[in-house]
Design a protein around this ligand. Structure first.
Ligand SMILES: NC(=O)c1ccc[n+]([C@@H]2O[C@H](COP(=O)([O-])OP(=O)(O)OC[C@H]3O[C@@H](n4cnc5c(N)ncnc54)[C@H](OP(=O)(O)O)[C@@H]3O)[C@@H](O)[C@H]2O)c1
Length: 238
């Protein structure tokens, strides 16, 4: 199960997990339905559930239903948005929207699906965090708040669910070339500034993150728990 797999990192994760043999479902808006159809056309076992994750109650209903009716062994909480505006003028409605999608809906899905995994004695949960789980950034107070929060949520769930065979981890991508960062890449000076600070000297690709997700989902990561795996070309180490 991959949320927000209609584009970018989520789409790469859905493709990679399906290629690795998982029966994969994308949860999201119209783009999720379209992405699932095109992955199916490539011969991959992918379907979609339409749900606007800005509607936390709808996310909760989907989570409850899937927990009761399906066997979901792996969950990638990927859907997320960013809103850039200085703190003094950060629109309270946008603050709520960022919290709803990036944090509250993550919990609304993870609680019932994780509880079902605990009941079955196996599960893998990965949430896409960010460099802004470690740094504050500028003009992104709502986003940085949510990305710090999901790391805290992950550590608690990892502690509680590890004895039941359920691993819970995060991936913190660096600067990845997706819609999320198109405004930064469209600004030539900013793009060059960012790239020059990345030791790997390039923007990350969604597939870089999907590889890390495949690792955390796979048997080699059975003893990896409560970890935030940074996939950033060396940005944080610099
Ligand atoms: N790109 C980076 O450099 C970077 C770095 C750190 C962390 N991240 C994180 O990586 C995750 C994926 O982002 P991305 O970079 O791949 O950008 P993206 O291409 O914009 O992907 C975001 C996905 O979230 C979905 N989404 C947004 N609002 C939604 C809603 N209300 N309901 C359901 N789905 C919704 C989008 O679907 P729609 O097509 O319907 O909008 C899209 O599929 C996010 O959590 C982001 O914070 C990205």
């Amino acid at each position: 199960m991959v949320t927000g797999g209609g584009s970018g990192i989520g789409l790469a994760c859905a493709r990679r997990l399906a290629e690795d043999g998982a029966r994969t479902t994308i949860i999201g808006r119209t783009s999720a339905v379209d992405a699932a159809a095109s992955l199916r056309a490539e011969g991959l076992n992918v379907d979609a559930i339409e749900c606007d994750l800005a509607d936390v109650e709808a996310a909760r209903q989907v989570g409850d239903r899937l927990a009761a009716e399906e066997r979901i062994d792996m969950l990638v909480n990927n859907a997320g948005i960013i809103y850039r505006e200085p703190a003094e003028t950060h629109d309270p409605r946008e603050w709520e929207r960022v919290l709803d999608i990036n944090l509250r809906s993550v919990w609304a899905l993870t609680q019932p699906l994780g509880a079902a995994m605990v009941g079955r004695g196996f599960g893998r949960i990965v949430t896409i965090a960010s460099l802004l789980s470690f740094q504050g950034g500028i003009n992104v107070v709502s986003y940085a708040t949510t990305k710090h929060a999901v790391v805290g949520m992950t550590k608690t769930l990892a502690n509680e669910w590890a004895p039941h065979g359920v691993t819970v981890n995060c991936i913190a991508p660096g600067y990845i070339a997706t819609n999320n960062t198109s405004a930064l890449r469209d600004d030539e000076a900013r793009e060059a500034e960012i790239r020059s600070r990345i030791p790997a000297a390039r923007w990350g690709e969604p597939e870089d993150v999907a590889g890390a997700a495949a690792f955390l989902m796979g048997p080699d990561a059975a003893y990896v728990n409560g970890h935030t795996l940074v996939v950033d070309g060396g940005w944080l180490a610099r």
